[in-house]
Design a protein around this ligand. Structure first.
Ligand code: ADP
Ligand code: MG
Length: 336
């Protein structure tokens, strides 16, 4: 954890990004008047504050809205409703302030470009540096991620998977962002290479005071990297808190179910994946009441109440006064 992240846990680090009740609904199909036949409810009221210098882990099953959240932060899609506020370093273009590293460097790097062009692509797009400087910038960033500068004329396929992910990280760094969204950054890599990439990311975070939003299926990756963890279910954050609280003392029945799929602490959990026993219910017709109640082993009749009547958040922080940690769950059973 960086000192900035530590300060943020004590409430001292500035909020860099705030989301208020953000919804993203994708239109599905069209009727004869061109109106959408149905909506995919990808995000359903996300409230989130990201603090400068922290690593915020985001976990949840496939289809819960993680990539939609990433695209939203990248400015690639707009919220259907709700607001995103870039609170810190507001003067900068969002496009240079937030960058992304995808899961699979094989498909995310343009195979036709030499590495120096791959790395400086964001700068080309934004025209934020003179063309004649690009080779030099690429070489400088490459050396920071452990890619030899004499390889700058090579093409992505001439590198190993781990090296390609280093190149993807260099590309994200080329325009000196404050925030990097890491969307399953090591899932496509061998275990031994995963650790190297995670260590590199941790080192870069320290030296550049980066803020990471780390999307991952892999609990051991999140445990290793994250200061705080947000657990997503059907487009909502159902539990948010410090990584140690959420992963070691999960409060929400969904988080408990996810973590049951992972071997107990202290056991090697290198390739443990978050997976829950049954299918995620469709998000075209959202359930009324608590979204999780159909799968929840603890559900009671009260969970069927419309969402508006259920508490949106139940504070479950530990400690007292100003030292109280900011942990919450979206489960009314915690308050009864
Ligand atoms: P995750 O990354 O957690 O697997 P996604 O954000 O990709 O989840 O998807 C969330 C939900 O939104 C899924 O039900 C998915 O089918 C739907 N969805 C994502 N992108 C689109 C799209 N472009 N059009 C329609 N539905 C989409
Ligand atoms: Mg995804």
């Amino acid at each position: 954890m960086t000192s900035a992240a530590l300060a943020s846990l004590n409430g001292k680090s500035p909020t860099i990004l705030g989301l208020q009740d953000v919804r993203v609904h994708y239109p599905m199909g069209k009727d004869w008047l061109g109106r959408p036949k149905a909506l995919a409810h990808a995000l359903n009221g996300i409230d989130l504050q990201v603090r400068a210098g922290e690593t915020l882990g985001v976990v949840g099953e496939s289809g819960c809205g993680k990539s939609t959240l990433a695209q939203l932060l990248m400015g690639l899609i707009k919220p259907t409703s709700g607001t995103l506020d870039w609170i810190y370093n507001n003067a900068r273009e969002r496009s240079s302030n937030v960058q992304i590293v995808f899961q699979d460097p094989q498909s995310s790097l343009d195979p036709r470009l030499p590495v120096w062009k791959v790395i400086t692509e964001p700068l080309f797009v934004q025209r934020s540096a003179p063309r004649r400087d690009m080779r030099e910038i690429a070489a400088r960033v490459a050396s920071q991620v452990g890619i030899r500068t004499e390889y700058m004329e090579r093409f992505p396929h001439q590198f190993s998977g781990g090296q390609r992910q280093r190149i993807a990280i260099a590309r994200a760094l080329s325009c000196d962002p404050d925030i990097i969204v890491l969307d399953e950054p090591t899932s496509a890599l061998d275990i031994s290479v995963q650790a190297q990439i995670l260590n590199l990311l941790a080192e870069l975070q320290r030296s550049r005071n980066l803020t990471y939003i780390l999307i991952s299926h892999n609990v051991s990756v999140v445990r290793h990297m994250a200061d705080r963890v947000a657990v997503m279910y059907l487009g909502q954050i159902v539990e948010l808190g410090s990584a140690s609280e959420v992963l070691e003392r999960p409060r929400h029945p969904y988080t408990q179910l996810l973590l049951e799929a992972v071997p107990r602490l202290g056991v090697a959990v290198d390739d443990a994946q978050v997976s829950a026993p049954t299918e995620l219910p469709g998000n075209r017709n959202l359930p009324t009441g608590c979204f999780f109640r159909d799968r929840c082993p603890k559900a009671t009749a009260g969970c069927e109440k419309p969402q508006a009547l259920l508490p949106a958040r139940v504070d479950v922080g530990v400690g007292v006064g100003a030292a109280r940690s900011a942990e919450w769950v979206r489960c009314h059973l915690q308050s009864v």
